[in-house]
Design a protein around this ligand. Structure first.
Ligand code: NOJ
Length: 560
């Protein structure tokens, strides 16, 4: 029998090394109070879905009070819950229930910038030119006649300049402040000791409340080069990534000292808390610097997430991540989607490019999507990812086979990218739609029956076939494939943390690897079916196997 034993690391202190963590995009998970927006009450009621699915932990996107200019990544108060989501008392009860169910919870901290509604920023504006509080942000005089031009040529990730000029309380034009994202998200000055102290205290606040870990938003942006030098031409083209070795605001060496301090805070708890960095670096070796033994625990793997559905690209991404992370003793992480990128089912339903997929936003779609092909590949991709050594992040709805909704009406779009790009880039709303739970028509059980409001983004009527209720128990469904895969992953001694060995194969479109104790994963990326060795037991396959053949765009798990 290939499946036996019961890994106990979910209970151990190093649970995070191979945890399967489910990303809850709170606004769209479940609406408990009927206002059309997901909330803590809704999440609390639907926790059984996560237990039933078989994940180990959940990561909840920002839940703090926020004007919601950037979906909550504009935080006005780091120690409270936005009323649209609930209260601190609700959060406390939720954390207790999560633990009672044997799950863990990670929350999202946004340290690179606050909301412009944060008391610190309000004070900095109201206090006039001599206000010491301005030192918590990055204010600089303008250039050119009258200081009318921004201090440098930095660009906002959401489009336009990264600088906005303020008006002083007496009505005169003042200095400019930096915002690498929306103008409503002023960047903090991490050279300020006060900023550093404040964030360590915020970490303690949530750790004391029982939160098991923290996802760090744009961890690679917090430190800026002294003197704020201009970007070079290549950086201007690749606004969102560190294109060269000495980028003035991405992946600077100074961030590591901050994270060493954070690690000490996490380690001071009897059950140490953990971090996952959202960090973009030029290569796996640079990324591995964030997860050295005295820094963060894990980091998201964007090389894997942006790899096209091609054997060679995925093998390279997997190999370089395992090597780089292994060199510092950290586990690799794997994810296919999140709230910032086009859902992978849609990406895989398009002709696959030769290089990394541009996922960050939904620029004009590069062609029609074959949803059946995307679904088939997404099934195989799930088996590939869940067989890899390390920890995994699932994005809510991928277990249902949700696709990117690319035809949302213009007037419903909320992502700041839409307006900041002059309405040329539709932004990320298409991956953030409310979950379909049950029923034949929107809101598909997302809000309580007879709720007063419509969901904050409209769901497509075709999601009727994808609700949790309609898939549960249907062994051909995506939901059942994920459930079975997660169940096997949990109990099979070969899966989770550890190593893999690539199998030699003469077929270029095949990826095949073995995990110790004879577990094998084979993925066929090509159009031709390939024969499977017949002495192996099939644990799970992404398609129905016939005549011992693995068809194209399919994956299988085998045991000796
Ligand atoms: C990364 C988050 O995932 C994204 O949603 C947000 O817009 C930016 N950071 C800015 O906070």
């Amino acid at each position: 029998m290939g499946v036996s034993g019961n890994r106990s690391s979910a209970q151990a202190l190093d649970w995070w090394r191979d945890a399967v963590c489910y990303q809850v995009y709170l606004r769209s998970f479940a609406d408990g109070n009927g206002d059309g927006v997901g909330d803590l009450a809704g999440l609390h009621q639907r926790l059984h879905h996560l237990v039933d699915l078989g994940v180990d932990a959940l990561w909840v996107n920002p839940w703090f009070p926020s004007p919601m200019v950037d979906g909550g990544y504009d935080v006005a108060d780091y120690r409270a819950i936005d009323p649209v989501f609930g209260t601190l008392t609700d959060a406390r009860a939720l954390i207790e229930e999560i633990h009672a169910l044997g799950l863990r919870i990670l929350i999202d901290i946004v340290p690179n910038h606050t909301s412009s509604h944060h008391p610190w920023f309000r004070e900095a504006l109201a206090g006039g030119p001599d206000c010491v509080g301005r030192d918590r942000y990055i204010f600089r005089p303008g250039t050119g006649p009258g200081g009318d031009a921004p201090p440098n040529n930095w660009r906002s990730v959401f489009g336009g300049s990264a600088w906005t000029r303020i008006v002083e309380p007496d009505g005169r034009a003042g200095p400019w402040y930096l915002h690498l994202f929306a103008p409503e998200q002023p960047d903090l000055n991490w050279d300020s000791r006060l900023v550093r102290r404040e964030f360590e205290s915020i970490l303690r606040f949530w750790f004391d409340l029982g939160v098991d870990g923290i996802r760090i938003d744009v961890a690679h942006a917090m430190v800026k080069a002294p003197g704020l030098p201009d970007l070079g031409p290549l950086d201007m083209e690749l606004v969102a990534s560190a294109a060269h070795a000495d980028h003035p605001h991405w992946d600077r060496d100074g961030v590591h000292e901050i994270f060493r301090g954070w690690r000490a805070v996490a380690d001071s708890y009897p059950e140490p808390r953990v971090f996952v960095a959202e960090a973009c670096a030029r290569n796996s070796e640079r990324l591995a610097r964030y997860v050295r033994a005295d820094e963060l625990h894990t980091a998201f793997n964007f090389d894997y997430l942006t790899a096209p559905w091609r054997a060679a690209h995925l093998r390279t991404a997997i190999g370089s991540s395992l090597t780089a992370m292994g060199a510092v003793g950290a586990p690799a992480t794997w994810a296919l989607s999140n709230h910032d990128v086009v859902r992978h089912l849609t990406r895989f339903g398009r002709p696959q490019p030769d290089g990394p997929v541009h996922t960050l936003a939904n620029h004009s779609p590069p062609g029609p999507v074959d949803l059946a092909l995307g679904t088939r590949r997404a099934r195989a991709a799930a088996l590939l990812m869940l067989a890899l050594p390390g920890s995994v992040y699932l994005y809510q709805g991928e277990e249902l086979g949700l696709w990117e909704v690319e035809d949302l009406p213009d007037e419903t779009l909320q992502d700041p990218t839409w307006e900041r790009s002059g309405r040329t880039d539709r932004g990320r709303d298409g991956s953030r739609l409310p979950m379909p739970w049950s029923g034949d028509a929107p809101p598909f059980g997302f809000s309580p029956e007879r709720a007063g409001a419509l969901p904050w983004l409209p769901q497509p009527p075709r999601w009727k076939q994808l609700t949790v209720r309609s898939q549960r128990g249907d062994e051909r469904s995506m939901l059942e494939l994920y459930r079975r895969a997660l169940h096997i992953r949990r109990i099979h001694p070969a899966l989770g943390d550890g190593a893999l060995v690539w199998d030699r194969t003469a077929v270029p479109d095949l990826l095949s690897f073995t995990r110790p104790s004879g577990f094998q994963c084979i993925v066929n990326f090509g159009p031709q079916a390939v024969p499977l060795a017949d002495h192996r037991e099939v644990l799970l396959s992404s398609v129905r196997l016939q005549d011992g053949l693995l068809p194209g765009d399919a994956a299988v798990w085998l045991a000796r």
